[in-house]
Write a protein of this length. Structure first.
Length: 369
């Protein structure tokens, strides 16, 4: 969901809202109550960084986004590539103008069988005048279109209505009230569109057998102190939802967008190997972490500590359990926790750079079903 910061949720931020009616995402909050929910970490600050992170467990850890980099032509591991030998058909849906941020080209690289954008949309006239098709009609298009494809399938949907200039269909101008920020009215609309999708999807033959994963591409502008911090500027929801309510709870562990791919493969018990700069949220033996790269600075959340690494030096180290607003910088005090986090970060950077440069981002090997 475009720009769905966790700050928009009343359920996850009772200190910011008097009651649930003051929040901007009642549908998302309901899904959180019925799914497995994480306070997750976005691997970037731009949509073009989110898609490779979500679909390929590939964060953006260099000055240029992977999609715009000279390394983009190489084979990569991806959900669609890994699921294909297991019989899954894959479709990438985005209501934007075809070619926007090269999402269609990335979908081909990632092995999706189809990409469906504004050009492929079938439904009532619904162009928003800027980016593409409003969220509600495009969600409806996807809900019905999926039933025309063979099962099992993988579907990725990227919304757009909560992107600047935050246009809401004229018929809903009075229904969705403005909020504290300019984006809030469009967040209310996008959340409503998500709810309408689930209403339609619940009547489809594939609904009961589907794992739904809902997250954001990145955060939006913020109004509260925590969400104005660097960690807060990357804090998004991540929900794993099964219609039979068998996957529920609120996890205290950190998760990130690059965890989605390995989590799906773990959830379906797929046997094989692939490249992922993340971990399965269902794996109790691995250490949760979150990583990003912003303004030439690496940022890592590891064991409730927050490490910042700039120009080959530790620029910040914070204990998030005691200092959620990241005020007390503990960097360069020879703390063993800092040294451990730095080793972990350097190992990721080494693997990332080596695999990127030498075209080693794909070793997909999965057994036939």
């Amino acid at each position: 969901m475009e720009s769905f910061s966790l700050e928009h949720s009343a359920l996850m931020n009772p200190q910011l809202y008097k009651d649930s009616t003051e929040g901007y995402t009642p549908v998302l909050d309901s899904l959180m109550r019925h799914g497995l929910t994480f306070r997750a970490y976005a691997n970037g600050k731009r949509s073009i960084e989110a898609i490779p992170a979500i679909c390929s467990a590939l964060p953006s850890l260099m000055p240029v986004e992977f999609i715009n980099s000279p390394y983009v032509a190489q084979p990569i591991s991806s959900l669609s590539n890994s699921l294909k030998p297991l019989g899954y058909y894959s479709i990438f849906y985005h209501g934007g103008l075809n070619g926007t941020m090269h999402f269609d080209a990335f979908a081909r690289l990632a092995g999706f069988d189809e990409y469906k954008g504004k050009n492929e949309y079938q439904g009532p006239e619904a162009f928003d005048g800027k980016w593409g098709i409003f969220d509600e009609p495009f969600f409806q298009f996807m809900a019905n279109d999926l039933s025309t494809h063979p099962q099992p399938f993988l579907s990725v949907f990227f919304s757009l209505s909560s992107h600047h200039p935050y246009t809401v269909p004229s018929k809903y101008k009075n229904r969705f009230k403005p909020g504290k920020l300019e984006i809030h009215q469009s967040i209310r609309y996008a959340d409503y569109a998500l709810g309408q999708f689930f209403k339609t999807a619940s009547h489809q033959p594939w609904f009961k057998n589907t794992l739904f994963i809902i997250t954001a591409d990145h955060t939006s502008e913020a109004f509260s102190p925590y969400y104005l911090t660097l960690v807060g500027q990357h804090t998004i929801p991540l929900i794993f939802y099964l219609p039979n309510d068998s996957l529920r709870g609120f996890s205290s562990q950190i998760a990130q967008q690059t965890d989605i791919y390995p989590s799906v493969m773990d959830f379906i018990n797929a046997k094989g190997s692939f490249i992922a700069f993340g971990r399965s949220v269902f794996d109790t033996t691995s250490i949760p972490f979150g990583i990003s790269y912003l303004n030439q600075e690496y940022q890592l959340i590891y064991k409730n500590k927050y490490l910042r690494y700039f120009n080959d030096k530790v620029s910040g180290f914070y204990d998030l359990t005691q200092d959620s607003l990241q005020i007390n910088n503990l960097a360069n005090q020879q703390l063993p926790e800092e040294e451990e986090a730095l080793r972990f970060l350097k190992a990721i950077i080494q693997q990332y750079n080596n695999r990127m440069i030498h075209h080693k981002l794909s070793i997909d090997q999965f057994d036939q079903p």
